[in-house]
Design a protein around this ligand. Structure first.
Ligand code: AMP
Length: 629
């Protein structure tokens, strides 16, 4: 099947296209109705279909003869633990845990919060919820008590599952005190807290409420998957919105199963029996789509890695895992690759490992700058693909479709729209823009299966945030443009566009230029106040180790480069060196925070900030900038 044909079919007749895709799912009852319109602009996929996501991920794979195949391999360089589970073993663990959850009173439709590190029990917990129709909400292990409390009050869980600790390369982070604090802050109280005791820390248990995971499992009776409606929620994934209250993105069972199967085969080119590594954490959407549900529903072996790109123990950690498990395909965020590059710029460490199993690498989560892109292709000798998606969509919007004929790539582009996504570009008034014209990237409705159609307990907020800005379109919040062949160029969130003397400029574009300088390890370009021009760009730059340049020299180089490639209108003449940039725990540079500091606005460090200590240097560096009056 060719990309062109699939894409055209998916846009011309979405219902027929997805009805065909849905046939490859082992439904309990295949849907007779594929697509229904709701009056408010949202859509319903596979309305009368019946299925169970845990059944598709485990039992069905066993029925297909994959019982003895490895389903999940766990690798934890900090503890030295390595453990493998076949599909049969994983199914048995999950069925027993699901039995325990039922015994503890968790029913279909109940919320369950999972606040756990990257241990296999976290995946088992997700799948156990899916088995009995409970709605899990995994909260990233690093979130502070207050953020956890917000999510507890929103998801109103019957049960909370946690572990005694998470592990960084140099320290043990105890989770239980955070859970206890969150439960003091929250109005809602789960009936029980199930605690996995890890050898690195022993959590004190509150009698009556808290249960020891291992003890509670003794005698638990395995249960079979329950039959669910396609529209029943599988999980809630909280993501930050414009207000302090996180948005509970809801993923439905039916659309998710069809979309992920489609993505694993056609985008990532994975086949049953392949080894797939989604390098992320179960606390993020990637952890749901590309660590747990996607690879297992596709009959792959999923690598479950509790480590870092560097320092566990070195910058070759990823390559060691690829060699050891014969990984065929992987997903990663660019930030991790930049960290590796900083420590192993010539790929000397990488060269010590056999990467022959690896077919390609997929990067997303933030813009893949061309410098990192080229470096990664050079040192690995493999195709490296940029692709673009969001927590809301749950699977890629633009991507190479390596499983389809005619897949292509173009430097600087996150590739073409995936079949199912009708990507358009609009101006502020909602008019369609032509190719190469920069504006708001939107997706014409209906969104394909798998994309969130509501927010947990707040449907109006969903409509307001995503569908009301441009009627008939889903508002992605990203800006960019399309070229004549349909390749999409993401230039960053729409609020990353700056206006210099009336010219709209993308900070992403400038970042790309700056990052290509040989001395630059990482950078962020933000718009800062200028009395005459409104805004001017400022580059905050982290140099590569031993880069051997001065701030003045770098400034001269970069000004010349931006002038040459973007033009004098960019008014690019500010560069400051910093040791680190403030980032979220998932590795995104906090540009909005940088903008606030640069503008001298009051700010509260966001709870997602990786390391608050980094702000001191940034504040000092930005203090001397002129501010708006
Ligand atoms: P999240 O929902 O946290 O995964 O963030 C989604 C946002 O990350 C998108 O709306 C984009 O702003 C950004 N993003 C993700 N992938 C890419 C990419 N390949 N290029 C540029 N930005 C990206």
């Amino acid at each position: 099947m060719s990309y062109q044909h699939s894409y055209a079919h998916s846009i011309a007749d979405p219902a027929a296209f997805w009805a065909e895709q849905a046939r490859s799912i082992a439904w309990y009852r295949a849907p007779a109705i594929t697509l229904q319109d709701n009056a408010d602009g949202t859509h319903r996929w596979f309305g009368d279909g019946r299925l169970n996501s845990c059944y598709l991920a485990l039992d069905h794979q066993i029925e297909q003869g994959r019982g003895q195949q490895l389903a999940l391999v766990y690798d934890s360089p900090v503890t030295g633990a390595q453990q493998a589970y076949t599909y049969l073993e994983l199914r048995d663990e999950v069925a027993r845990l699901a039995g325990l959850l039922s015994q503890l009173g968790v029913k279909k439709g109940d919320g369950v919060i999972i606040y756990m590190p990257m241990v296999p029990q976290a995946a088992m917990a997700m799948l156990a919820c899916a088995r009995i129709g409970a709605v899990h909400s995994v909260v990233f292990g690093g979130f502070a008590a207050n953020e956890l409390a917000l999510r507890i009050d929103d998801a109103r869980p019957t049960l909370l599952l946690t572990a005694s600790c998470g592990l960084e390369f140099d320290r043990v982070i105890e989770y239980k005190p955070l859970v206890d604090r969150a439960l003091q802050l929250a109005q809602h109280q789960p009936r029980h807290v199930l605690v996995l005791q890890r050898p690195q820390a022993q959590a004190p248990l509150q009698p009556g409420r808290d249960l020891d995971w291992a003890e509670a499992l003794v005698g638990a009776v395995p249960v079979a998957p329950v039959v669910l409606d396609a529209g029943d929620p599988l999980y809630i994934m909280y993501t930050s919105g414009t207000t302090g209250k996180p948005k509970g993105i809801v993923r439905e069972n039916g659309g998710n199963a069809v979309a992920l199967r489609y993505a694993m085969h056609n985008i990532y080119g994975m086949q049953p029996g392949d080894v797939w590594w989604g390098i992320s954490d179960v606390g993020w959407v990637v952890g749901h789509s590309l660590i747990v549900y996607g690879p297992l529903m596709c009959g792959c072996t999923t690598v479950f890695y509790e480590g870092k790109p560097i320092r566990t123990p070195d910058a070759a950690a990823y390559w060691r895992v690829v060699q050891q498990y014969k990984v065929n395909g992987l997903f990663c965020a660019p930030t991790a690759m930049r960290a590796i590059r900083k420590e192993d710029p010539e790929g000397e460490l990488l060269g010590q490992y056999d990467l022959s199993s690896l077919r390609q690498l997929f990067l997303a989560g933030e813009k893949l700058d061309s410098s990192t892109h080229q470096w990664l292709e050079r040192v690995t000798g493999k195709p490296v693909h940029d692709h673009w998606w969001q927590t809301e969509t749950g699977w890629p919007v633009t991507a190479p479709c390596v499983g389809l004929e005619g897949s292509a790539a173009r430097p600087g582009s996150s590739n073409r729209a995936v079949p199912g996504y009708h990507v358009r570009v609009l101006d502020d008034e909602g008019h369609l823009l032509g190719t190469h014209q920069q504006g708001a990237i939107v997706i014409a409705l209906p969104l394909p299966p798998g994309c969130s159609q509501t927010l947990w307990g707040d449907h109006d907020r969903y409509l307001q945030a995503y569908l009301h800005t441009y009627p008939g379109y889903y508002h992605t919040g990203d800006g960019g443009f399309l070229d004549d062949d349909g390749f999409v160029y993401i230039m960053g969130r729409t609020d990353d566009v700056i206006n210099v003397s009336g010219h709209r400029l993308s900070t992403g574009e400038m970042e790309d230029l700056v990052a290509r300088h040989a001395a630059v390890a990482e950078c962020a370009v933000i718009g800062v106040h200028d009395d005459i021009k409104g805004q001017v760009p400022l580059a905050l730059v982290v140099l590569k180790d031993g880069a051997g340049t001065t701030e003045a020299q770098l400034l001269a180089d970069l000004v010349a480069r931006v002038r040459e490639e973007i033009g004098a209108l960019a008014c690019f003449n500010r560069v400051r060196l910093v040791r680190r940039l403030p980032k979220t725990r998932s590795g995104k540079i906090l540009r909005a925070l940088l903008r606030k500091i640069a503008d001298g606005q009051a700010y509260i460090p966001p709870s997602t900030l990786d390391d608050p200590a980094v702000l001191q240097e940034i504040e000092t560096v930005l203090a001397e900038l002129p501010k708006a009056v």
